[in-house]
Ligand binder design. Structure first.
Ligand SMILES: Nc1ncnc2c1ncn2[C@@H]1O[C@H](COP(=O)(O)OS(=O)(=O)O)[C@@H](OP(=O)(O)O)[C@H]1O
Length: 412
């Protein structure tokens, strides 16, 4: 039924806009947009300038010299790549490749990483990276405007072997080289993918590997919260699963996800996979909710890395040890520096590091701002991970501060 307005009654005036709203639209928004624009433009400019400065003429192995070379170049060597003459079999970790001269006569030189932080996801890898990327001798892969970024080059590839053959694309993820500065790759998804170790070993056999390992029970819960934060966890008929779709038959769970939701996901996974061998589970777990639990089978995931790389090239840091205090974190970073052959750097005196530390503490991905998991879920997961933790402790020959992580000896 239509309602008629009684004649003579005036329509109510439209609600007045608050002056603060107008001020926001007319002043604050354009200012914000201008600030963002300036930052992007400055980053692009710096990037182009850095590229132009990266002229390197000395000590470059020319194409004819490379043809006479046997074996791989040693780290720090620069190979000229005129006409794509560089062969993958000459490359190694820390080897640099110089492009043919561009229209300005400038060469761009980029270096393969000397160190890769391969995982495990949600085990404090970002915290370690925040220090490393502020070390004056280290740079990591960068995005279009020069901000540090996880490369994920091999884990994002459908076929990691083809990605290895296309190593020039990988190289482009790194900033133009500066003398004495090494690069590192932080990609926590590498650890899970059993195809990646052989690809990295054939491209960069002397690559140093860093792995951060966290109690797998807590890691799994942090992982679920990560997925909830990214809007990828849904619930339907009591089942909780990871999905990117927006279909209306299920409800999206938002961060923080309730401990009960985690419990449901865990129970479903345990029921579906209970008869499967853990390494087979880890190998077949691809992406999605199916890898929240198997990512904690570290021993299975490390096996192909130990098959392809010598023990001395892998450093394992235990999350619970290195996050126990700031001193412990800095001590862990100092171990990484020694492992990677870097000069010690005094992070405590760097204003930039102090700012990064303050910023990181505010980041949404920090701080475990979610309710503790249910005791029953923890017990089920501790049981699931008991044998894998024991195996890992034996493999690493060290005691791990996790259930069933005893047994091992001191680190070698
Ligand atoms: N110093 C310190 N103290 C306590 N906790 C810390 C610290 N540094 C990292 N973290 C926790 O590590 C989790 C993030 O790990 P990653 O950086 O590896 O995550 S990611 O894989 O890169 O997404 C994430 O865990 P949750 O908060 O449980 O999700 C971080 O809070």
């Amino acid at each position: 039924m239509m309602l008629r307005r009684a004649s003579g009654t005036k329509a109510p005036p439209p609600p007045e806009r608050l002056p603060s709203q107008d001020k926001y639209k007319t002043r604050v928004l354009p200012l914000l947009a201008a600030a963002v624009g300036c930052i992007v433009a400055a980053s692009l400019l710096l990037r182009t300038t850095a590229t132009a400065w990266a002229v390197q003429t000395d000590d470059v192995v020319t194409c004819p010299e490379q043809r006479r070379m046997s074996g791989r170049a040693v780290p720090g060597t620069t190979l000229a790549d005129d006409g794509h003459c560089v062969q993958a079999s000459s490359l190694d970790a820390g080897v640099c490749v110089e492009d043919a001269a561009d229209w300005r006569g400038a060469h761009r030189r980029r270096c393969l990483p000397s160190l890769a932080v391969i995982g495990a996801m949600k085990s404090g890898t970002t915290n370690i990276m925040l220090y490393l990327q502020n070390h004056p001798q280290l740079r990591t892969s960068e995005d279009m405007i020069g901000w540090p970024q996880e490369s994920r080059y091999f884990s994002a590839a459908h076929d990691p072997e083809a990605a290895g053959r296309n190593w020039r694309f990988y190289l482009r993820k790194y900033p133009p080289a500066t003398d004495g500065v090494l690069t590192f790759d932080k990609s926590p998804n590498y650890l899970l993918n059993p195809k990646i170790p052989s690809v990295l070993a054939s491209l960069m056999p002397s690559l140093k590997l860093l792995v951060c390992l966290r109690n797998p029970t807590s890691r799994a819960y942090s992982h679920l919260q990560h997925e909830c934060r990214n809007g990828r966890v849904r619930q339907a008929e009591g089942a909780v699963f990871r999905s990117k779709s927006n279909d209306e038959s299920s409800e999206r769970l938002s961060f923080p996800c309730a401990p009960e939701a985690f419990d449901r996901l865990v129970r479903a996974q345990l029921a579906a996979k209970k008869d499967l061998d853990k390494c087979a589970w880890a190998r077949g777990s691809g992406s999605g909710d199916s890898n929240v639990l198997p990512r904690g089978f570290y021993d299975c995931q490390l096996a192909p890395w130990f098959d392809r790389f010598p023990r001395s090239q892998l450093l394992a840091l235990v999350f619970e040890d290195f996050v126990s205090s700031r001193e412990a974190t800095l001590e862990a970073v100092a171990r990484v520096e020694r492992f990677a052959g870097l000069e010690p750097f005094d992070y405590g005196r760097s204003a930039r590091v102090a700012a990064v530390e303050r910023l990181y503490a505010l980041m949404p991905s920090r701080g475990g701002r979610y309710a503790p998991m249910l005791a029953a879920t923890r017990a089920a997961l501790d049981e699931l991970y008991c044998a894998p933790n024991r195996a890992l402790s034996a493999t690493l020959r060290r005691r791990l501060p996790w259930p069933c992580g005893g047994g091992g000896e001191r680190p070698v």
